[in-house]
Design a protein around this ligand. Structure first.
Ligand code: NAP
Length: 341
C-alpha cells in the first residue's frame, strides 16, 4: 500500500518533489496539495489529488498519512507543530525554522510526542559523493581531520526574493549541516568576513566567507557566492593529518567546440543533487510508511539555525560569535537513532 502524501507549497522545489514522487519513485502517492495561491496548487496537483485552501486543513485531513513542507522558512514552525500534534511524519525542506526559539518549540513538541516524526531536507547527506567522502574519513587511513573547505556557488538567485541576510540564514545551513555530519562534531563558534562585493550581487552581501569552529578544533571555511553566472558549483575538500580527500568534479557531458574542450557545469541544485533528492525521499518514504522519521533530525535543524543566527551576529560585530546549545534530548542521541533505524 502506498504512502498518502500531502504537499504544502507548490513552488520551485515543491513541484520538483511532486514530479519525483509521481514519476520517479514508488511507494508514495501525492493525494493533497496546498499553496497560498490556489491556482498554483490546482496546477500542481496530480489527477485525483485534493486541493486544500490551508495547510492546516491538509494536515488534519484523514486521507493524508504524511506531509512534505515546501513553503518558505517563516511558515515552517506552525506547519511542523500541526503535523506533530496529529502524529503524522513530516519532511520539512530546509531551513527547519528561522530562529532558535522556534526550533526549540518544534523540538519540545516532538520530544513530548516521544517518537521522531520530522526529517529535515539536508539532501547532501544522501549524495553518493558526500557519503564516499565520509566513508574515506571514517576509514581512518588519512588520520584525523584538521580543516574542511566548503564552496557553495549559485549562478544567480531570484530577484526580490533574496535579501542580504539570505546567504547566511538560508544558504549557509547546508554547509553547516554537512560539516557537522561529515566531521561528526558540533560547531561552537562562527566568524564572517565580507570581501569586495560582486557587481552582479546588486545590493546583496555577496560573496561571504564564513569560518566555522568545531568543538574538536577543526576549522571549516565556507565560501558562499550566489551570483557567479557560470552555474551551480559545490565543492568540498578535507585536509587530514596524512592526506586530503575531496568531492570529485562531477562527470558530465564533455563539449568540444570553437571555444575548446570543456565539461558542462550543473545549472542549479535540481541538476547537481537530483540523485541525492531521490535517495532522500526513498529513505523518507520507507520511514514514514512505518509512522516515523530517519535522516537529519530536528536537532540538526536546531544546530544549523544556531549557526545562521551566530553568523548574522558575527557579520554585524566583526567578532567570533559563540554558540550555546541546550543539552541534546535523548530522542536525538546516537543510540536512540541507531535503534530506530
Ligand atoms: P518558492 O518557489 O517561493 O516556493 C514556495 C511556495 O510556497 C510558493 O508557492 C509560496 O507562495 C508558498 N508558500 C509560502 N508560504 C506558504 C504558506 N504559509 N502556506 C502555503 N504555501 C506557502 O520557494 P522554493 O525555492 O520552492 O523553496 C521552498 C523551501 O524549500 C524553502 O524553505 C527553501 O529554503 C527550500 N529549498 C531547499 C532546497 C534544497 O536544496 N534542499 C532548494 C531550494 C529550496 P508565495 O510565492 O505566494 O509566497
Amino acid at each position: 500500500m502506498s504512502l498518502k502524501v500531502g504537499l504544502i507549497g507548490a513552488g520551485m522545489i515543491g513541484l520538483d518533489h511532486i514530479r519525483r514522487l509521481t514519476q520517479v519513485l514508488s511507494g508514495a502517492e501525492v493525494v493533497a496539495v496546498t499553496d497560498i495561491a490556489m491556482d498554483r496548487a490546482e496546477a500542481a496537483a496530480p489527477a485525483n489529488a485534493k486541493v486544500f485552501e490551508t495547510p492546516l486543513q491538509l494536515i488534519n485531513d484523514d486521507s493524508v498519512d504524511a506531509i512534505i513542507i515546501c513553503s518558505w522558512g517563516p511558515a515552517h514552525e506552525e506547519q511542523l507543530l500541526a503535523c506533530i500534534a496529529v502524529g503524522k511524519p513530516v519532511f520539512c525542506e530546509k531551513p527547519l525554522v528561522t530562529s532558535a526559539d522556534s526550533a526549540l518549540r518544534v523540538m519540545e513538541a516532538e520530544v513530548t510526542h516521544g517518537k521522531r516524526l520530522v526529517q529535515v531536507g539536508f539532501m547532501r547527506r544522501f549524495d553518493a559523493d558526500y557519503r564516499r567522502l565520509k566513508s574515506v574519513l571514517n576509514g581512518g587511513t588519512l588520520g584525523a581531520p584538521l580543516m574542511y573547505k566548503s564552496v557553495h556557488r549559485n549562478a544567480s538567485v531570484p530577484d526580490g526574493l533574496y535579501t542580504s541576510d539570505m546567504p547566511l540564514n538560508d544558504t549557509l545551513v547546508h554547509d553547516a549541516d554537512i560539516a557537522r555530519w561529515l566531521l561528526d562534531d558540533e560547531i561552537t563558534s562562527v566568524e564572517v568576513r565580507v570581501p569586495r562585493r560582486s557587481i552582479r550581487g546588486k545590493d546583496l552581501r555577496d560573496p561571504v566567507m564564513v569560518m566555522l569552529h568545531m568543538s574538536s578544533g577543526v576549522i571549516v571555511d565556507v565560501e558562499i557566492s550566489v551570483n557567479v553566472a557560470y552555474g551551480y558549483d559545490i565543492r568540498g575538500e578535507l585536509s587530514c593529518e596524512t592526506g586530503i580527500a575531496a568531492l570529485p568534479n562531477r562527470p558530465a557531458t564533455v563539449i568540444t567546440d570553437q571555444f575548446g574542450i570543456r565539461q558542462a557545469v550543473p545549472a542549479d541544485w535540481r541538476e547537481r543533487f537530483i540523485e541525492a533528492y531521490d535517495q532522500e525521499f526513498r529513505e523518507w518514504i520507507a520511514a514514514a510508511s512505518t509512522g516515523t522519521a530517519t535522516g537529519p533530525t530536528t536537532w540538526d535543524g536546531y544546530a544549523s539555525t544556531l549557526v545562521a543566527d551566530a553568523a548574522l551576529r558575527a557579520v554585524e560585530s566583526g567578532k567570533v560569535e559563540q554558540i550555546q546549545m541546550i543539552e541534546k534530548p535523548v530522542l536525538y542521541s546516537e543510540e536512540t537513532i541507531a535503534v530506530a533505524e
